[in-house]
Design a protein around this ligand. Structure first.
Ligand SMILES: Nc1ncnc2c1ncn2[C@@H]1O[C@H](COP(=O)(O)OP(=O)(O)OP(=O)(O)O)[C@@H](O)[C@H]1O
Length: 254
């Protein structure tokens, strides 16, 4: 893949990415020569067996970790080579995160958690941004919970707060790491529908790491990793087709 072309057509991408840990006998190749671009306004799932490099790829794409080799792009900007301070600013302004464990601030209520990205960036939301946040709160069924702290909410409600927080700033891309991993299957499906709707109805770009075939079946595209490399890159698939592909990959790895 041509890195420059990827930068023009994609909202986030990596070119010839390598991530290595340790040296000599201890050397672990987490990712080797991975090139992939994530489409703007698309829901992309990253799947693969345990240890295949999913989290590492997500962390490097999101500027949470630095590459050992290759380039990383966010929109038209190369972010590989940026220092910690610049990466922190970039993550605050241009990237949203949704984690398996929700990662809400326990001492802040729902409103405080959703406003956090603005606060950390030292700015007040504009009137337009406030209107968008109000619409999100209504859509996510959180309007009557604004004064509640995370421990007063169910897991599904907490994840909805995390989704609202991620969507509030309309980031270039949202990275979701096993967003349904801590939820029962019914609540998990509700969360997946919300993510799907953010892509379909609001044009948000989402990259989701998961090993749940049902979660990945909500995506427009599924990138399969095996042993630190991309082994398949597909359009939408059913959960059954995804399970079969995973079994095949795990069979090869065994
Ligand atoms: N800090 C580290 N030091 C050494 N090796 C690491 C480190 N982080 C990850 N690895 C190794 O890199 C490889 C990829 O790990 P990664 O966590 O990206 O996989 P994964 O596909 O997300 O796995 P899982 O589904 O189990 O979370 C694994 O072999 C892992 O042991």
């Amino acid at each position: 893949m041509n890195a420059q072309a990827a930068a023009i057509e994609t909202v986030a991408g990596v070119a010839n990415l390598g991530k290595y840990y340790g040296a000599g006998e201890q050397r672990v190749v987490a990712l080797h020569d991975v090139s992939v671009g994530v489409g703007r306004g698309q829901f992309t799932a990253i799947m693969g067996p345990s240890g295949s490099g999913k989290s590492t790829l997500m962390h490097v794409m999101a500027g949470l970790d630095t590459p050992s080799a290759g380039q990383v792009w966010l929109g038209g900007d190369e972010i590989s080579g940026l220092g910690d301070a610049e990466l922190t600013k970039l993550r605050r302004r241009r990237i949203g995160f949704i984690f398996q464990a929700f990662n809400l601030v326990p001492t802040l209520d729902v409103r405080g958690n959703i406003m956090l990205p603005f606060q950390l960036d030292g700015k007040k939301p504009s009137l337009q941004e406030m209107a968008w946040i109000d619409a999100l709160l209504n859509q996510l069924g959180l309007a009557s919970r604004l004064d509640h702290r995370p421990h007063e909410l169910s897991g599904g409600q907490q994840q909805r707060v995390a989704i609202a927080r991620a969507l509030a700033t309309k980031p270039d891309v949202i990275f979701a790491d096993e967003p349904t991993g801590a939820l029962d299957s019914r609540t998990g499906r509700e969360v997946l529908k919300l993510l799907r709707s953010a892509v379909t109805n609001s044009g948000q770009s989402i990259v989701m790491v998961t090993h749940d075939p049902i979660a990945a079946s909500y995506a427009d595209r599924i990138v399969f990793l095996g042993d630190g490399q991309i082994v398949a890159d597909r359009g939408p698939m059913t959960a059954e087709e995804i399970s079969a592909t995973m079994l095949n990959l795990e069979g090869h790895a065994a």
